[in-house]
Design a protein around this ligand. Structure first.
Ligand SMILES: NC(=O)c1ccc[n+]([C@@H]2O[C@H](COP(=O)([O-])OP(=O)(O)OC[C@H]3O[C@@H](n4cnc5c(N)ncnc54)[C@H](OP(=O)(O)O)[C@@H]3O)[C@@H](O)[C@H]2O)c1
Length: 373
């Protein structure tokens, strides 16, 4: 399996790191860069068509960013009989229909897991869910930069500009953060999610998106006083064949699980009749998390990436440690390992699960429960 890689920045370098290090059966044979002086990798080329016209290349991975020439290159790759994988949400959201049609016409795969939610297998889950049921809606925290800013402002009481600067220092926000803080980035992801969930292509420019550029400390304080937390939420739903997609900050009730999504993490939920609601979370960006999703797409296309072998294994419960609440009538066996003994219940010292299992084997009518830290 030979890969041509377009772009060797944050995501592209993650892709070569994973593939070069782990998959001898997959070769990244050429890498498109703007300037050969970017490094001394013998695979570098500045001629995109050397990759796009190379009959030995099976899959083209695009992680250059921007709409053009990324769109033309991905389309050409598909027309030339190559599978395509892209992490480029902006380009994809503007050309989803055309690219999926081109892929279908040429009997090739177009995959884009990394374009939404970084390492979270979100597109995969949207596709998998539809084997059984129709998705009715999705909602999520889909932008790590804004979630970092909101979490930090909520936690520390800092103001927006201060927090944005900190996010830029940590590499969570770009020098020009407009796409993130104005909600465009989430709009692109909602567009792609809606396409995958509902098979409807909506123009990303038609998605209302309200960001957090003008958020003040006092807005956070207002939400807090009401037991609420502000998060930037992208949503899509299908009601009687009518699709609605939108992005806006929401004052979530304090008991909404989305409130617990901290720092630059992402969390996205889908809903359907049979499943109820299922959530998926993780790193929404970053070199290796995003590259992980790209390489997963490559493996899905290749479908022989991971050897399907198995071996028997011992269950190493001696390595699992915890403290345990144990209740029952006769707890004498547990007294030597207990930190607290009460009438009818004890709390153990930290111990191994193996030790606990041995004690449980010799106990009767006892309830045990791990006490999470
Ligand atoms: N970074 C993330 O965590 C993340 C997560 C999810 C999705 N994505 C998406 O993945 C894509 C890539 O992101 P990234 O963070 O890797 O960007 P990046 O660090 O800027 O890397 C892009 C690379 O492609 C090069 N490039 C751009 N146009 C080119 C052209 N015409 N010919 C040759 N090389 C070209 C850039 O060169 P120059 O720097 O010289 O322009 C740069 O080296 C974007 O669409 C982004 O939205 C990124």
């Amino acid at each position: 399996m030979k890969i041509g890689l377009l772009g060797h920045g944050v995501v592209g370098r993650g892709v070569t790191e994973i593939i070069d290090g782990h998959f001898p059966q997959i070769t990244v044979s050429s890498i498109l860069v703007k300037d050969l002086s970017e490094g001394n990798d013998p695979r570098y080329t500045t001629d995109a068509y050397q990759i796009l016209n190379d009959p030995r290349i099976d899959i083209v991975i695009e992680c250059m960013g921007g709409i053009e020439p990324a769109f033309t290159y991905v389309k050409t790759a598909l027309e030339n009989g190559k599978h395509a994988v892209t992490s480029n949400k902006k380009m994809l959201s503007h050309h989803l229909k055309e690219l999926t049609d081109t892929a279908e016409a040429n009997h090739r795969s177009l995959r884009f897991e990394a374009s939404c939610g970084g390492c979270i297998p979100w597109i995969h889950e949207l596709e998998r869910t539809q084997r059984i049921d129709e998705i009715t809606s999705f909602r999520g925290i889909m932008n790590g930069t804004t979630n970092y800013i909101l979490s930090d402002m909520t936690g520390s009481g800092a103001d927006f500009n201060e927090t944005l600067k900190e996010a830029q220092k940590l590499g969570y926000a770009e020098a020009d953060p407009s796409d993130d803080i104005d909600g465009n980035d989430v709009a692109y992801k909602c567009c792609i999610s809606a396409f995958s969930a509902f098979h409807k292509a909506v123009d990303p420019d038609d998605i209302p998106h309200f960001g957090i550029r003008h958020l003040k400390k006092s807005d956070i304080a207002y939400a807090k006083a009401d037991g609420r937390v502000i998060k930037l939420i992208g949503r899509g739903c299908l009601n009687e064949e009518k699709l609605s997609v939108w992005v806006m900050p929401v004052m979530l009730r304090g008991d909404d699980p989305m409130c617990l999504v901290s720092s630059n993490l992402n969390r996205i939920e889908l809903s359907c009749r049979t499943l109820g609601t299922a959530s998926f979370g993780g790193q929404g960006a970053g070199s290796l998390p995003t590259a992980h999703a790209v390489v997963q797409d490559v493996l899905s296309i290749e479908d022989s990436g991971i050897p399907k072998t198995w071996e028997t294994s011992d269950n190493h419960i001696e390595t699992v440690r915890g403290t345990y609440y144990v209740s029952g009538r006769d707890l004498s066996l547990f007294e030597p390992v207990s930190a607290e003994c009460h009438d009818g219940w004890v709390l153990t010292h930290e111990m191994s699960l193996q030790e606990l299992s041995a004690l449980m084997q010799n106990s009767h009518d006892v309830f045990v429960c791990e006490v999470s830290r």
